[in-house]
Design a protein around this ligand. Structure first.
Ligand code: PMP
Length: 419
């Protein structure tokens, strides 16, 4: 630890650097994981892929009419191998996987699941939430009346001993998971950990892994992990219905105007189909056909994602470089170096994340509110900040990262000096 006089000169330097940055009057935003306009441009061909006289699916379906609850088979066949699920256990839906998640949870609350027809909503119902995690998972579950229980993660996934201990309570109905390039840490669940999750004893017979594979094809590097076949891992462990798989093309084609997917064990897919049939006559097959034509096949999706990586990877690298240059030597913080997905997680000294976010906001860099990565918005250590580098331009991301570094340095030295 530096002597107080060193610390006070470091604080003076950090304060001057911060003031200099703030005086530039910038307005930058690295809050939400949205694709940049150039990424959306990559899918421009979608908008002209179906026309007034060319609207039949390869199998001859008139996509303009009702029906086809499962979604177009040709689209399911493109995405099934990518998501490592059988095409006949994959449903293609509307524009948002979050809607599939809300529907599946609501059906379970009202009617029970494929494994146990006792409605979850009849008694206390709780979900395990690995942290840091995705804020919309938490707010959705909270709005449906689930009690949210936090569990820690390491770089292979959720800590099993803790999950298992909590799952001894029959009110614990499941666990949120983003298995590939998690939002917000970027970590990927390892096969060993997935096997443990699949096999874990639980008091609730229909304990469910809410396997939200939102970033399953969003690799940034040539060398990358592969998706896990979670349905087979669960079946091998004797829990064939344990995983509900969600995904979408929101960050592949057009965010909010893509196609969503749901997969599960055979009985779960029947259960979902039966419940869905009461709330919809069928999905938007015209948009599904656009996606079929735009991609042609699974290799088409992978080639498309490489173009995304060319745009996104330099932005990740810019943030990582700024963090290393500005914070690395003095070890003022730690951060994740994801190989895919949309986010980097910065871990500051305890108790200063909210101060960093406030300083950044006042200096023109908008950050996701501290605590957003935790259930009920409460980060007990107040040290997690989610960085979303995709949306701004590369120049803006570089500047925002420099600003963030200035804020972390100032808040860290304030804390060190305060003892
Ligand atoms: N899951 C995760 C983990 C996400 O990060 C996001 C988007 N930010 C979503 C789901 C939302 O997906 P969709 O647009 O398909 O609802």
């Amino acid at each position: 630890m530096s002597a107080p006089s060193d610390l006070s000169s470091k604080l003076d330097e950090a304060s001057a650097a911060y003031e200099e940055f703030a005086s530039r009057g910038l307005s930058l935003d690295i809050t939400r994981g949205k694709p940049a306009p150039e990424q959306l441009d990559l899918a421009a061909g979608l908008l002209t892929a179906v026309s007034g006289d060319d609207f039949r699916s390869p199998g001859g379906v008139d996509t303009r009419n009702y029906g086809g609850l499962d979604g177009l088979i040709e689209l399911r066949e493109i995405f099934a191998p990518l998501l490592k699920v059988p095409a006949d256990q994959l449903l293609a839906g509307g524009n948002a996987s979050l809607t599939f998640m809300a529907q599946a949870l609501t059906f379970a609350l009202m009617h029970g699941t494929a494994v146990d027809d006792r409605p979850w909503g009849q008694g206390p119902h709780k979900l395990l939430c690995p942290v840091p995690g995705y804020d919309r998972h938490f707010t959705l579950a909270e709005s449906l009346g689930f009690e949210l229980l936090t569990i820690p993660m390491d770089d292979e996934g959720p800590i099993i001993s803790e999950a298992q201990r909590l799952a001894e309570d029959p009110a614990v109905k499941g666990m949120w998971l983003v298995p590939m390039y998690s939002n917000p840490t970027g970590i990927t669940v390892t096969e060993a950990r997935a096997r443990e999750l699949a096999a874990m004893p639980t008091a609730a017979p229909d304990f469910t892994l809410l396997w939200d594979n939102a970033y399953g094809v969003h690799h940034l590097r040539e060398d990358h992990p592969d998706n896990l076949d979670i349905l087979s891992l669960c079946a091998e462990a004797g829990h064939p219905e344990r995983a509900w798989v969600f995904a979408s093309t929101s960050k592949i084609t057009h965010a909010g105007a893509g196609v969503s997917f749901f997969a599960g064990g055979p009985a779960t897919v029947d259960w979902m189909r039966a419940n869905l049939g009461k709330v919809a006559i069928g999905p938007d097959k015209i948009n599904q056909l656009r996606h079929v034509r735009f991609f042609s096949d699974s290799a088409g999706v992978e080639a498309h994602m490489r173009k995304h990586a060319e745009i996104v990877a330099p932005k990740f690298d810019a943030v990582l470089k700024a963090l290393e240059d500005g914070l690395g030597a003095e070890e003022l913080a730690q951060w994740t170096s994801p190989d895919g997905g949309y986010f980097i997680t910065l871990t500051t000294m305890e108790g200063i994340a909210d101060r960093v976010v406030k300083l950044a906001g006042e200096a023109g860099v908008k950050l996701t509110p501290a605590g957003a990565t935790h259930p009920y918005g409460l980060d007990p250590h107040n040290n997690i900040i989610r960085i979303a580098p995709t949306m701004p331009t590369l120049d803006e991301v570089e500047l925002a990262a420099q600003g963030l570094v200035a804020c972390v340095r100032l808040a860290s030295y304030e804390k060190l000096l305060a003892g």
